[in-house]
Each structure stands twice: as structure tokens, then as C-alpha cells.
Design a protein. Structure first.
Length: 321
């Protein structure tokens, strides 16, 4: 069960990342003692359930690793398997400095005030309207910034369709690639999470985790509040963050720099705005994967789906294992 223990630790740590930053939350370990979780189970039933989900976690993780090896094998066999033809269209786009600055200001506005404020008690369940309003404002702001970028991108005012999908990749193909690459991004990201956690333990450092999971398993949390938390993490946050970081910041840097430099810089910014140093390596690795998926298809659908897949899997394993 060594692999399962690594997946459990990594899955919990990855939830300390980023996608819950649209609401002021922190995450803690998933299941507690009987009677404190989603349902009141006997010790034997709880232990059996945990073993079942550990088996599922091991099976899922091994499948993701197998997928990574398969992608590498096919890339070695076919010279143009990772044919990033969309990069030429991305480089031709002109994103103004004003759009970039406005995007950075808006991003900081949604993150810094929360970090400077007094943290809420982990036991205190946030009100439903706070979560809904926070997620909605964040998503609407990202959409407005994306529209502003299209309006000011060049003299011809490119359409949102061209800005969203410059390579004109079919939606179905981009979504399938996103699902495939999203699963493939899990092993390297979890590996970075484990490495970061081991370094933290080695140097005797401590980190504060988030209470989102406590809210989800708390019996006082209403069903609709749990749905709101899930939708914020799996739908609202991926769409908003991919519009900002892959849709605006990455191509703005790539215009005059290499893909590697643009991915590294946007990844650093993506990691830093989450204000969680222990998760920096994991978030950075995940961001590089998203940039890679975007480069392959040229459609933002791909990194959005990748983001959704990763968040959904992280929430699932952190809640149930």
C-alpha cells in the first residue's frame, strides 16, 4: 500500500493549491474518525471503504503512469506526434501591454486582500452566498478581461473565437486531448507534491492547510453548499484561471519569447498568486502541463478540461480516501 499512501498524501496536498482561491478556504485531511465524516460508519465498514478507495487510487494512478509512458513511446516513434502547429498562430497574436497589466491587477485584487485579512476559523462554514458571489465575480472578471483583450489585441479587433481557438481545432478533439493530457498530468504533479512534502518534513517546517474538506464532510454543511464548493473548484476556477493565464498572459509573453520561457514565467506567476510556498513546485508543474496542452491544440478548451480533470480527481481522492 506504499503507492496508495503516496497518492493519499499527494492528493490531500494538491488540494492546498490554487483552485479554491476563488473563495477564502484552506484544506485539511479528508476523513476523520467514525461519526465525523459524510456518514456515521462503524470502524470495520470505514476501514473496508478506505481500502476500496485506496485500491481505486492505485488503479487510477497506475493507469495515469501507463498513459504517460504510452505518450512518451508514441512521441519517440513518431517525430511529429506532439506537433505544436498552433504555436505559430499564438505568436502572431498581439496582446497589448494594457491588457496584461489590467489582468495582473485584477488577479492580485482577488488574491492579496484575502491573504492579508484575518483567516476564518476552520470550523466556521462560509455562507452559501459568499461562495457563490465570490466564484461568480471571479469568473465574470476573467471573461471581461478576455473580451477586453480581444477588443484591444490589434487594429482589426480579433473575434473571441479566434482568441479562444486560434488554430480552429474542433471542440470535440480539443476536449478529448484535454481529458487525455489531464490524466497524464497527474503523476508528475503528484511527484512534485511528494518531493515538496518530504522537503518540508526534512527541514522541520510547518504549513497550514485549508478547511474546505472539513466543510465538505461537516454534517452542518448543507448539500447545496457542498455543490457550490465543488462547482467552484471544478468548473468556475478552471475556466477563469485558464482564460487569464493561458488565454492572456502566456501568449503575451510568447509573442517575443520562446515557448519554454513563456511557460516558465506564466507558471511562476500562476504559482505565486496562490500564496502557498509548499505547493509552488506542484502548481508550477501543473501550469507547464497546461501550457503544453494549449500548445498542441491551440484551443483553450484543452487546458480548461485538463484543469477540470485534475481538480475533480484531487477532490475525489482527498474526500474519499
Amino acid at each position: 500500500m506504499f503507492i496508495a499512501s503516496i497518492i493519499v498524501r499527494a492528493g490531500r496536498a494538491t488540494l492546498e493549491f490554487h483552485d479554491f482561491d476563488i473563495i477564502p478556504v484552506r484544506i485539511t485531511p479528508a476523513l476523520g474518525v467514525p461519526g465525523e465524516g459524510l456518514v456515521d460508519l462503524t470502524a470495520e465498514t470505514l476501514e473496508f471503504t478506505k481500502y476500496i478507495f485506496r485500491f481505486v487510487a492505485v488503479f487510477f494512478f497506475l493507469g495515469a503512469v501507463t498513459l504517460d509512458l504510452l505518450l512518451l513511446f508514441r512521441a519517440a516513434q513518431r517525430e511529429n506526434y506532439f506537433n505544436c502547429t498552433a504555436l505559430s498562430q499564438l505568436r502572431q497574436r498581439k496582446i497589448t501591454l494594457g491588457a496584461v497589466v489590467l489582468t495582473l491587477i485584477a488577479t492580485i485584487y482577488f488574491t492579496v486582500p484575502r491573504e492579508l485579512s484575518d483567516p476564518a476559523s476552520p470550523e466556521k462554514i462560509p455562507q452559501l452566498y459568499t461562495m457563490v458571489v465570490g466564484a461568480t465575480l471571479y469568473l465574470l472578471t476573467a471573461l471581461l478581461l478576455f473580451c477586453f483583450t480581444a477588443f484591444t489585441s490589434d487594429q482589426n479587433r480579433v473575434s473571441l473565437t479566434i482568441l479562444f481557438n486560434p488554430a480552429r481545432t474542433p471542440f470535440t478533439k480539443a476536449a478529448k486531448k484535454g481529458l487525455l493530457y489531464g490524466i497524464a498530468a497527474i503523476p508528475p504533479t503528484l511527484l512534485m507534491t511528494v518531493i515538496a512534502n518530504e522537503l518540508i518534513v526534512y527541514f522541520g517546517l510547518e504549513t497550514e492547510s485549508q478547511p474546505v474538506i472539513q466543510w465538505l464532510i461537516n454534517e452542518e454543511t448543507t448539500a447545496i453548499s457542498k455543490v457550490a464548493i465543488f462547482l467552484s473548484a471544478v468548473i468556475a476556477a478552471p475556466i477563469a484561471e485558464e482564460l487569464i493565464f493561458r488565454g492572456i498572459l502566456f501568449p503575451a509573453v510568447y509573442k517575443k519569447r520562446s515557448w519554454f520561457f513563456a511557460a516558465m514565467l506564466s507558471g511562476c506567476i500562476f504559482s505565486l498568486i496562490h500564496f502557498h510556498p509548499p505547493s509552488f513546485l506542484s502548481i508550477f508543474t501543473l501550469s507547464i502541463c497546461f501550457c503544453g496542452g494549449y500548445a498542441v491544440t491551440g484551443s483553450l478548451v484543452t487546458p480548461i478540461v485538463m484543469h477540470m480533470v485534475f481538480n475533480a480527481s484531487a477532490m475525489f481522492f482527498a474526500l474519499l480516501i
